[in-house]
Design a binder for this molecule. Structure first.
Ligand SMILES: NC(=O)c1ccc[n+]([C@@H]2O[C@H](COP(=O)([O-])OP(=O)(O)OC[C@H]3O[C@@H](n4cnc5c(N)ncnc54)[C@H](O)[C@@H]3O)[C@@H](O)[C@H]2O)c1
Length: 391
């Protein structure tokens, strides 16, 4: 099989794609490493991407663990030195699934080596890092994408379609909440997600980043914010050393009021301390002629209310977004045979592969990653300075 030699968008490349295979290197083998691995494995079985991903090498820091991951997920090779991996001439696409403190270094090295770069969110740990990452991929002229997989849920795309067709009129409100409960117990250890040097922030970068992405995707740019960040449990046991305690350096919960460029207003909120809420990524959007609401825990459904409906039966109704007309669905199962979390990554990887085949920039990309990071930074500033902040 011929393979793609570079992720470059350079103009001197031929318009038609002759290559049929793209060699992938994935850095990080845990939660997202597994989700992305599954996406590369499944995408060609349900879709027909013009480029077939070859799962060439997966990389981590602990040899035995990364070797086990390679075997389990189906990668050709395991490696422990990402610097060596991202410059290998036989690699076309580098997929970054590590914590935020290594995104910038890996993405910039991959871009410099001419590889397409797919990076987990948030893009970097700071605005400065995100700016440097965007500058690097632009300078190298490579394809880049950030993994905001929730954009590719069929019900969310249906919401986008209803908004764009004007069915709910002019949007006035966006209300987004992302609630989890896994750090409610004060005895839960100080893992990397609770250490600012590794994660950049807490619920803000982990969860509000997704809400902000959905808000930007569905409603438009956020131009001003007023926010509050809170850390309820300030010290926690160290992982593997429960007798020692360390300081929590990120927010447990964060919330903000936001103003959109369009004139709409909204709220974004996330916490990892809402007992019973496991992955409650929910939004409601109200327009002048209708409303829509979505909840990730019921991700095949969209609640829709349209003023134009017959008044006798008008009300919120549940649309099961599993018809062949709904995005991505006809490649999976017959109507009503629902899809799940892992499918969102398959859809994202499919669109990434198609964009590389077309030599166009996929969406969301590092521009979106930077814009998102600017909103998160503005929320932090607003919280610290107790005022509204322009993005
Ligand atoms: N898109 C989503 O819905 C979603 C969901 C969860 C996490 N994420 C993002 O994915 C990224 C990873 O999160 P996760 O949940 O998979 O974390 P994780 O802790 O489950 O996995 C992190 C992996 O990175 C590896 N790693 C850490 N530092 C490394 C380094 N310097 N070099 C090589 N490997 C290194 C670890 O060994 C581990 O395999 C984060 O940016 C996170 O915000 C996105």
């Amino acid at each position: 099989m011929e393979r793609l030699s570079t992720g470059s968008l350079a103009e001197d490349r031929p318009d038609t794609v002759k290559q049929t295979q793209i060699n992938v290197a994935l850095i990080g083998y845990a939660f997202m490493g597994k989700a992305h691995s599954n996406a590369y494995r499944q995408v060609g079985r349900f879709f027909e991407p013009r480029l077939t991903p070859r799962m060439k090498v997966i990389c981590g820091r602990t040899p035995a663990n990364v070797q086990a991951a390679a075997r389990e997920y189906g990668w050709d090779e395991a490696a422990t030195d990402w610097q060596e991996v991202v410059t290998r001439p036989d690699i076309d696409l580098v997929d970054v699934c590590t914590p935020g403190d290594s995104h910038m270094e890996i993405a910039i090295a991959a871009a410099k080596a001419g590889k397409a770069v797919f990076c987990e969110k948030p893009l970097g740990n700071t605005v400065r890092e995100a700016e440097r990452m965007l500058a690097a991929v632009e300078k190298a002229g490579v394809v880049h994408m950030i993994c905001h997989n929730y954009r590719r849920i069929p019900a969310v795309m249906l919401a986008k379609g209803l908004i764009e067709s004007g069915r709910i009129g002019t949007i006035r409100h966006f209300r987004g909440t992302y609630l989890q409960d896994w750090i409610t117990d004060p005895a839960f250890p100080l893992v990397w997600r609770l250490d600012r040097t590794q994660s950049g922030s807490g619920a803000l970068g982990d969860l509000v980043a997704h809400v902000v992405d959905l808000a930007r995707y569905l409603v438009g740019e956020i131009v001003e914010v007023c926010g509050h960040l809170e850390t309820f449990v300030k010290e926690r046991p160290l992982p593997g050393h429960p007798e020692q305690r360390g300081t929590v350096t990120v927010d447990d919960a964060s919330m903000a009021l936001v103003r959109f460029e369009s004139g709409a207003i909204g709220s974004v909120e996330a916490t990892r301390m809402a007992p019973g809420r496991k992955n409650w990524n929910r939004f409601e959007i109200n327009g002048t002629t209708g409303s829509i609401a979505f909840d990730l825990e019921r991700m095949n459904e969209l609640e829709v209310y349209l003023e134009g409906d017959d008044p006798a039966v008008r009300g919120f109704h549940r649309v099961l977004a599993t018809e062949p007309e709904h995005p991505f669905i006809k490649s999976w199962w017959p109507p009503g045979h629902i899809i799940g979390y892992e499918h969102t990554f398959v859809h994202t990887v499919y669109d990434l592969l198609e964009a590389i085949a077309d030599r166009r920039m996929p969406s969301p990309n590092f521009h979106d990653g930077l814009r998102n990071q600017l909103v998160l930074a503005a929320i932090e500033t607003a919280s610290a300075e107790r005022r509204w902040v322009q993005v």
